[in-house]
Design a binder for this molecule. Structure first.
Ligand code: ADP
Ligand code: ZN
Length: 670
């Protein structure tokens, strides 16, 4: 049975190629740009707040129909999302721009479609081989002539691709940044017709960012060598500073910035008080995500191994991933995560960028990331398919102390350390807030959320109780002061609750006026008070003194009774119960984990099993064959003819041609 083109063979027939060139030439006409679907920000007014995505239908300009018909025939999609239409039109017209869109927002189409519409080949700079591989596989599935140039190729394969590029035989070419800037590659591009340059994950140019890649800095050469070719830079993460750096380095000054809302409404944010992180995680997965695919982030390699083993012992299919593993093990684990259903990958931040798996149902953090950007980027890997997903983090005082120490001990400049501390403080603020997490998160990216609550974060679902903590704070700060600002949390709490440990007696702290003044709280409760005072900036851990806690300037106001202190009371255990939790606790099969509604589980399971077979046979991830959303669409539509099947979003011409009959057969025999 013939199943789609394989990556090696897609020699384009001449007739087809001419057709494409004709199609391309047709739409290079310039046209007035009087319409705006919303999201262009004025590049000179950099402090403009984010705009809200527009749902207004696209006006029909000269080539609007061409873009739409390619969207329909190649990608099987009925219309544009958010600013896509406007961006695609701008780039197809030859304009440069910066696109800020959240993960799963649909950035790829913003350069893929113009590459098909413009004459020549679209060159996509992409940092990771895995990302290129999956994108290329998906495009080939859709009948697009795509290829990737990276270090995984033999010289023969590489020169074959180069030849095809120069011959005008490619629509899209993915290139690793370090390769693109080589004289050989630049020479090759000069000989080819280039439709556009897309710089994906553009925040990698920022040295302040969490994903800085030195090889991205060299990309400024694109603007110098090919000033007439449009450049589109795309990222899912960019605070003001990073955005400025992208504009500067990629020479996008004066070009529009298309800024979408960064909200990911399908992601539920939850941050819990860290007690025993591993058992909290096990409970979270068992109760709410049994059988789901998820990513668990830890800071160190040892921790990754330990957590993966603990989950595995608990009957949760978990695999480790970190830079210290043998590369064959690493790629095997990654492939299993991508291709099989319901695998949990436990990883350091080495894992994830470029992982396009759409059905990751949760991202859990067992350690605090470095910044809100990193947190947002990592949690953003959940729920690309738009279905309900969770971002869960366990966080405690030791996290703040550890991150602070890492910054202090780093070899960075003072400037770097100052910026890093500011970023850490912002994240701690997010973890401590008693208000809507989403609001706080988006505010960090300059976006204002209307309405008090989002209804989909822990604080909105179960508002924390707040209490006046002035007296508690004064007791704790006095204890720090009286014991000489030389001790860590454990000893301070011993003194407060009047515990006669060896250390307490050794230092004579049982003789102090503060000994036993805090008996109204237990040890756990004092820990949360302490953590909040550190987060509020009244206490600071001193990395040079082994994490001893010291008073800050701000503490004076509290001690004098001039500063208000409101503390949140911790609710024990996991705070939010998922609406799915009850039904999930039974023995439902993993395949039944998506919202059910009018979806027939049996048909859905059959389609998924067919998809696994096809994916295995073709050596591509399951979602490259069909997305979950497309499978659900088929189940809902229950198509009996090819025409009906064609109307399901995600079924383009090629998928219909390759899989149509088989899919109808499965539906019919159900
Ligand atoms: P990003 O690169 O921004 O993270 P992708 O380009 O991978 O996002 O797109 C995310 C998902 O959204 C994909 O499954 C894609 O098929 C889907 N998608 C993108 N644009 C549209 C659209 N206009 N209509 C429907 N689905 C879309
Ligand atoms: Zn909220």
């Amino acid at each position: 049975m013939e199943r789609g083109p394989s990556p090696q063979l897609s020699p384009r027939k001449n007739g087809e190629r001419e057709k494409k060139q004709r199609r391309k030439r047709q739409i290079v006409l310039p046209r007035p740009r009087s319409h705006a679907t919303g999201l262009v920000t004025n590049p000179t007014a950099s402090d403009t707040p984010m705009n809200v995505p527009s749902t207004a239908p696209l006006p029909a300009p000269a080539n609007g129909r061409d873009a739409l018909s390619v969207l329909h025939s190649v990608f099987g999609l009925p219309g544009f999302r958010g600013a896509q239409g406007e961006i695609i039109r701008h780039v197809t017209d030859g304009g440069n721009c910066l696109v800020l869109m959240p993960t799963g927002g649909g950035k790829s189409l913003c350069y893929q479609l113009p590459s098909l519409l413009r004459e020549g080949c679209g060159i996509v700079v992409s940092p990771l081989i895995a990302l290129m591989r999956d994108q290329v596989a998906g495009l080939l599935e859709a009948g697009v002539n795509a290829a990737a140039l990276n270090s995984s190729l033999t010289p023969q394969e590489a020169s074959d691709i180069e030849r095809r590029l120069i011959a005008g035989d490619l629509d899209l070419l993915y290139v690793a940044p370090e390769r693109l800037v080589t004289p050989r590659c630049l020479l090759m591009l000069a000989q080819a017709k280039v439709a556009l340059f897309a710089i994906d994950e553009a925040h990698c140019v920022s040295q302040w960012g969490h994903d800085f890649r030195p090889e991205y800095v060299g990309l400024s050469i694109i603007a110098e060598r090919f000033p007439e070719v449009p450049r589109i830079a795309l990222t899912a993460t960019a605070d003001e500073l990073t955005r400025k750096e992208i504009v500067e380095r990629l020479k996008l000054g004066g070009s529009p910035q298309f800024v979408s809302s960064f909200d990911r409404p399908n992601i539920r944010y939850e941050i819990v008080d860290k007690r025993n992180a591993v058992s909290q995680l096990k409970e979270f997965i068992r109760e709410r995500h049994a059988g789901d695919a998820g990513v668990v982030y830890c800071l160190s390699r040892n921790r990754v191994e330990e957590v993966a083993a603990a989950l595995d012992d608990a009957g949760i299919a978990a695999l480790p991933y970190h830079a210290g593993l043998d590369s064959s093990v690493r790629s095997r684990n990654q492939d299993r995560f991508l291709n099989e259903d319901g695998i949990v990958i436990v990883a350091t931040i080495a894992f994830g960028m470029g992982i396009d798996k759409p059905d990751v149902r949760f991202v859990a953090h067992l350690d605090l990331p470095k910044s809100i950007e990193a947190y947002y980027q990592e949690t953003g890997r959940a729920g690309r398919d738009g279905k309900p997903s969770a971002a869960w983090m366990a966080y405690g005082l030791s996290d703040i102390v550890q991150q602070r120490r890492m910054i202090d001990e780093s070899s960075g400049s003072d400037d770097f350390k100052r910026v890093s501390i500011g970023k850490l403080d912002a994240l701690v603020g997010l973890a401590e807030t008693a208000q809507c997490r989403r609001r706080r998160l988006l505010a960090y990216f300059g976006e204002i959320v209307h309405g008090e609550t989002c209804g989909n974060c822990d604080n909105c679902l179960t508002p924390p109780k707040m209490r006046d903590g002035k007296v508690l704070a004064q007791k704790l700060l006095s204890c720090v002061y009286r014991t000489g600002q030389r001790f860590g949390a454990m000893h301070l709490i011993d003194v407060l609750i009047g515990r006669l440990t060896e250390k307490v007696t050794q230092f004579g702290h049982d003789k102090l006026s503060v000994f036993g003044i805090g008996r109204e709280l237990n040890e756990k409760q004092w820990r949360t008070v302490l953590r909040q005072l550190v987060a509020m900036g009244h206490l600071q851990s001193d990395s040079e003194a082994y994490g001893a806690l010291k008073l800050t300037e701000a503490a004076r106001g509290v001690l004098r009774g001039e500063t208000e202190v409101w503390l949140r009371e911790e609710v024990p255990g996991t705070r939010v119960r998922s609406s799915r939790a009850k039904s999930r606790r039974g023995d439902l099969a993993p395949a039944a984990s998506a919202p059910q509604g009018d979806v027939d589980p049996e048909l859905r399971a059959r389609l998924r099993s067919w998809r696994s077979d096809v994916a295995r046979e073709r050596g591509v991830p399951a979602y490259v064959v069909l997305h979950d959303a497309t499978i659900d669409g088929i189940v809902r539509a229950w198509p009996t003819t090819l025409d009906e099947l064609r109307n399901v979003p995600g079924i383009g011409d090629k998928k219909l041609e390759h899989y149509g009959d088989e899919l109808l057969q499965i539906v019919r025999t159900r």
